[in-house]
Design a protein around this ligand. Structure first.
Ligand code: SF4
Ligand code: ZN
Length: 334
């Protein structure tokens, strides 16, 4: 006898949801995902009437599912219809940049067209005058070993702020899912970096220490990665076929497997870790956030918690600071 869906009782179950112990048909799984995202947005007031929300599209499944869901929720009035959605991608300028590995450009055009979402492509080269690969080459040439993900990450955070200004965005939505968030908590613990929890959490935050002055929101942060992938697959959202080779040395990569092992013994472990991070964040938020003083970077003038921002520090090490500074002055990006 066929096992029926625990929710609707009408269709055959096709998915076992480890976190709740339910057997679900795909229709109910998809409704559950959409309801969870809509509830996250409503409960934590991630999006309000009149917002201009930027959607950071890497080309991976998470950001594409995010774009699809925000478009769909707005179309059905589950987020205010006057909210503007503007999607953008960033080409970091290294051979394995997400937008280059992604085979989603046709899908992005179709998706943004269908939901009336403006789409823009930016490059590190136009924003900084240098690519991520130029920076890596500069550092490697001096025998300095900085991981490519660090280069991408530091420049991408800055790029998002610049794009936020250029596009006049009130918030930027990113495709971080539950697994990403759980990894962040564990990495903060492993790095003994309690201050970072001050900027962890579900509500829009201005991360002063990381110079994130456009608030970031993460509507998918309560959805497990596996469920995002299933949602993507059955909605025709293309999945990336090759990984960036640099990812294999990223501590997050190993952690994926560790968390999967933990999940076998404790099906709710990812939710528990994220909830722990959120609670810790609330406790220490005021304590540390009040202590961070915002200065202007000596070189580029962007906000920083120290005297020199991380972008200038990195580009200086790579021997590219002058090139970067003359570029942003000429382009009036500061
Ligand atoms: Fe950059 Fe790392 Fe992503 Fe590769 S995996 S594109 S190096 S952030
Ligand atoms: Zn600077």
């Amino acid at each position: 006898m066929a096992i029926m869906c625990d929710r609707c009782g009408v269709r055959e179950a096709q998915y076992f949801r480890v976190s709740s112990g339910e057997r679900l048909c795909l229709n109910c799984l998809f409704s559950l995902i959409e309801d969870t995202v809509a509830r996250t947005i409503r409960r934590y007031r991630l999006i309000s009437s009149g917002d201009r929300i930027g959607i950071a599209i890497s080309g991976g499944k998470d950001s594409l599912v995010l774009t699809y869901l925000l478009g769909k929720l707005r179309k059905h009035g589950r987020i205010p219809k006057d909210v503007e959605l503007i999607a953008f991608s960033i080409d970091e300028g290294q051979p394995y940049s997400c937008v280059r590995r992604s085979n989603a450009s046709d899908f992005v055009s179709k998706l943004t067209g269908e939901f009336n979402i403006e789409y823009r492509l930016f490059t590190f080269k136009e924003l900084f005058g240098v690519t991520a690969f130029d920076v890596a080459q500069g550092l490697w040439g001096k025998g300095i070993n900085v991981h490519m993900c660090t280069i991408c990450g530091v420049l991408r955070r800055r790029a998002m702020n610049i794009i936020g200004r250029v596009l006049n965005l009130s918030k930027i939505a990113t495709g971080h899912n539950l697994d990403d968030e759980a990894q962040t908590v564990v990495l903060n613990v492993m790095g003994n970096d309690i201050k970072r929890f001050a900027w962890f959490g579900v509500t829009p935050s201005n991360d002063v220490a990381e110079e994130e002055f456009i608030p970031r929101i993460k509507p998918l942060r309560f959805i497990r990665e596996e469920e995002v992938a299933i949602y993507a697959y059955y909605h025709g959202i293309p999945l990336m076929t090759i990984e960036c080779p640099f990812v294999y040395n990223n501590p997050r990569f190993e952690l994926k497997f560790t968390l999967a092992r933990w999940e076998r013994d404790n099906p709710n472990v990812k939710y528990s870790i994220v909830s722990f991070g959120d609670q810790l964040s609330r406790i220490i938020n005021d304590k540390f956030r009040g202590q961070v003083k915002l200065n202007k970077c000596t070189y580029c003038g962007f906000p920083t918690s120290g005297s020199v921002c991380r972008v200038c520090e990195l580009l200086n090490q790579a021997g590219l600071l002058d090139k970067y500074l003359s570029h942003i002055r000429a382009a009036n990006i500061h």
